[in-house]
Design a protein around this ligand. Structure first.
Ligand SMILES: NC(=O)C1=CN([C@@H]2O[C@H](COP(=O)(O)OP(=O)(O)OC[C@H]3O[C@@H](n4cnc5c(N)ncnc54)[C@H](O)[C@@H]3O)[C@@H](O)[C@H]2O)C=CC1
Ligand SMILES: O=C(CO)COP(=O)(O)O
Length: 408
């Protein structure tokens, strides 16, 4: 069989705390696997003007405290001084302020930005990406429109008519950026039309594009997938794993997009609850009760709304399940800043605005979106913790009321 003439080209869409960290580890891997990947990794940056403080080693007295474009700072100093300061980035990351330009030649698109922006991103690049591009969503959230809820990876897949998997786990960006070891879970169901038979042909009959596939709820959806041309190396679990695995980042490949996506999205609601609990002055034992209840509601949600496709073992066996729940409720941003909100007696959105320097708390909007979805279906009372968290965020319920959920 002739060796492939082209290599996979990667774009990371998003450059926040996690977006930049994932760009770093992926760029290390594209260098390490030149047989599979183009070395250069494009990183789309939501452009903004940033001041480099005089205390920074990148401070230039000639520029002084004049704001500079974030893309130009990243490409000059190889550091995202705003969202991932003090971390040296590989020089093969190219920060690009043009979304359309950043994605145009890439067949692997890594979506990594706060979930509220994904609709607008998809609108901008629809029809402007390679038809055989494949996606991995590192986004923790869901999209809710009217009373319809969608996993982010499915939303991306439908909007862009591509296949998109999901990466999620007990992952704190700053730790991984500092190369402190942890693990993650990637759910990726290689489309049949991308499977290569031993003789190099497609795995599907006649190599025809797959036009129908089951979505995560077991319903048939008609997304016309264009097969990955054979001028590229294969793109299956081994190659996806090679793209994300680092000595400090262990990847577990699975097929359960529902468990991986819902675990990552819904634990943010529970993390906010744990922040409220701790901010109130209760401690680990109270937080454990909230985590236990939260996991029950996550599993109940998955069973109720994704009955045909959920693989419950994901919640028990994978980093994207209990692992993410524990780390999120003890050391991540949604927990930390909801605790601060209660300690200071101010709304959590005020803390997000004043303390996070542009970073986002995904749990706030996820809590509201999930509650509105449940309310529209008359199901809110069956998810008392989810309901209470959105009530507290909106100032309708008090943190002191949390124990009432547990009284029979
Ligand atoms: N930070 C972490 O430790 C982890 C985050 N995640 C998930 O990764 C996803 C991305 O989060 P982070 O990279 O941490 O983001 P972040 O919260 O650090 O940064 C916010 C990002 O949003 C961008 N932005 C602001 N306005 C925008 C707009 N109108 N359109 C598009 N982008 C805009 C900013 O430029 C910035 O890059 C989230 O879903 C989060 O839950 C997952 C695992 C770990
Ligand atoms: O997803 C995360 C931990 O696994 C990060 O959560 P935060 O967005 O709350 O920091």
């Amino acid at each position: 069989m002739a060796s492939p003439q082209r290599k996979h080209k990667v774009t990371v869409i998003g450059s926040g705390n996690w977006g930049t960290t994932v760009a770093k580890l992926v760029a290390e891997n594209t260098r390490e696997h030149p047989d599979l990947f183009e070395e250069e990794v494009q990183m789309w940056v939501y452009e903004e003007e940033v001041v480099i403080p005089s205390s920074s080693p990148h401070f230039d007295p000639e520029i002084g405290e004049k704001p500079q474009k974030l893309t130009s700072i990243i490409n000059t100093h190889h550091e995202n001084v705003k969202y991932l300061p003090k971390i040296k980035l590989p020089t093969n990351i190219v920060a690009n302020p043009s979304l359309v330009d950043a994605v145009k030649d890439s067949n692997i698109l890594i979506f990594n930005l706060p979930h509220e922006f994904i609709g607008n991103i998809c609108k901008q690049i629809k029809g402007k990406i390679l038809p055989y591009a494949r996606g991995i969503s590192c986004i923790k959230g869901v999209t809710v429109t009217d009373d319809k809820i969608e996993l982010i990876c499915e939303f991306i897949g439908e909007q862009l008519e591509i296949y998109c998997g999901a990466l999620s786990g007990a992952n704190i960006a700053s730790e991984i950026a500092n190369e402190m070891w942890c693990e993650t879970t990637i759910a990726y169901n290689t489309p049949p039309c991308d499977k290569r038979a031993v003789n190099g042909t497609n795995g599907t009959a006649n190599g025809e594009p797959v036009e129908e596939h089951l979505d995560s709820r077991g319903q048939i959806i008609r997304t016309k997938l264009t097969p990955l041309p054979h001028v590229y190396p294969p793109l299956d679990h081994a190659e996806i794993s090679a793209l994300f695995s680092r000595p400090y980042f262990t990847v577990s490949m699975v097929s359960d997009v529902v468990g991986v996506s819902l675990g990552g999205a819904l634990k943010n609601i529970v993390a906010i609850a744990c922040g409220f609990v701790e901010g109130h002055g209760w401690n680990m034992t109270a937080k454990t009760a909230v985590m236990r209840r939260g996991m029950l509601e996550i599993i109940q949600f998955a069973r109720e709304f994704y009955p045909q496709t959920i693989q419950e073992k994901t919640f028990w066996e994978e980093s994207a399940g209990w692992g993410d729940m524990i780390v999120s409720c003890t050391s991540a941003r949604n927990w930390r800043y909801s605790k601060m909100a209660v300690e200071r007696g101010v709304p959590i959105e005020e803390i997000e605005r004043t303390e996070l320097n542009g970073q986002k708390l995904q749990g706030i909007s996820t809590s509201r979106e999930v509650s509105s979805f449940l309310r529209a279906r008359g199901a809110e009372d069956r998810y008392p913790l989810f309901k209470m968290v959105s009530g507290i965020i909106d100032g309708k319920v008090k943190v002191e009321d949390i124990p009432s959920l547990f009284r029979k």
